[in-house]
Write a protein that binds this ligand. Structure first.
Ligand code: BV8
Length: 239
């Protein structure tokens, strides 16, 4: 990990880290496109689009209720990669932003502060009636009341489905524009706009590094790629 040299006139470079499902794999959460991944068991069109929710809300709610329930399992906890990234956030004196595609709460529980969930969060629900975003009840399939307006059956997962606009894009673009280092961890580089961030960072002169179990779809875009499990690669990189 580059350290700002003592007494250097220039401020330390900004860092942007992008994570995907691979960073949570060793905490026991399935990824999406690996052989045992979620999209091998259910189709995106059936559970992760606004059309799916309009067509069969009960099925979509059940899909997210099951994944939310997994987060309550004590065996599912932040791993060494999440903890190393939280440590880097605490320690880095320059600009820092951890952008995660993950909807789990493991970065939050690890202590990451400068964190942005661009695909939303399983732990939150959004009211279709009043727009409030609140901590999610464990199960949305039963149609619990919105904590803000009281309307029953109006809560959806606060998750960005395919075809919906990712969250925090302005803040992400700003961070990419000013960063000197872009690190992509545990993502296949198959979902946009996240998969395009490396090109944006490169275009601004940032050093780009990929830490992933195996080469991703965008590996060729990176200055450096290290392959192996995140719980080994990330602590090593952060040191
Ligand atoms: C949008 C929430 C407009 C739900 C998800 C071009 C430009 C813009 C859009 C598009 C475009 N082309 C196509 C699109 C549309 C679409 C898209 O990208 N489709 C894909 C299928 C081609 N994109 C959208 O619809 C997005 N919205 O574009 O709006 C817009 C654009 C810009 C600005 C304004 C408006 C919305 C996409 C969000 C969809 N929601 N998640 C949920 O979680 O249920 S995305 C879904 O895929 C997951 O959330 C996941 O986070 C995401 C990416 O997957 P990964 O995290 O990478 O997981 P994956 O399994 O694929 O890979 C895991 C990796 O980990 C592997 O490489 C593996 O080797 C590695 N690994 C495994 N174990 C380990 C490991 N690495 C290290 N250690 C280990 N132990």
């Amino acid at each position: 990990m580059t350290r700002p040299s003592e007494g250097a006139a220039a401020p330390p470079p900004g860092i942007v880290v992008l994570t995907g499902a691979g960073v949570s794999r060793e905490s026991g959460l399935a990824t999406f496109r690996d052989p045992d991944g979620i999209w091998q068991r259910v189709r995106i069109e059936d559970v992760a689009t606004p059309e799916a929710f309009a067509r069969d809300p009960a099925r979509v709610q059940a899909f997210y209720d099951a994944r939310r329930a997994q987060l309550a399992d004590p065996a599912v906890a932040p791993n060494a990669a999440h903890l190393a990234l939280a440590e880097l956030d605490r320690r880095w004196p320059g600009d820092f932003l951890l952008v995660t595609q993950n909807v789990d709460d493991l970065h939050d529980r690890a202590g990451s502060a400068r964190l942005l969930h661009m695909h939303g969060e399983l732990a939150k629900a959004r009211c279709l009636r009043c727009g409030a975003v609140e901590p999610s009840p464990q199960r949305l399939a039963d149609g619990p009341p919105c904590p803000a307006c009281g309307r029953r059956g109006a809560l959806r997962p606060h998750v960005v489905w395919f075809g919906e606009v990712p969250l925090g894009m302005e803040r992400i673009e700003e961070a990419l524009a000013g960063c000197g280092l872009f690190v992509s961890i545990g993502t296949s580089g198959s979902v946009y706009p996240a998969a395009g961030f490396v090109a944006e960072a490169r275009g601004r002169g940032a050093r780009t590094v990929e830490l992933n179990l195996e080469p991703s779809e965008g590996s060729a875009m990176f200055d450096e790629a290290r392959h192996g499990p995140a719980t080994r690669l990330v602590p090593e990189f952060v040191e």
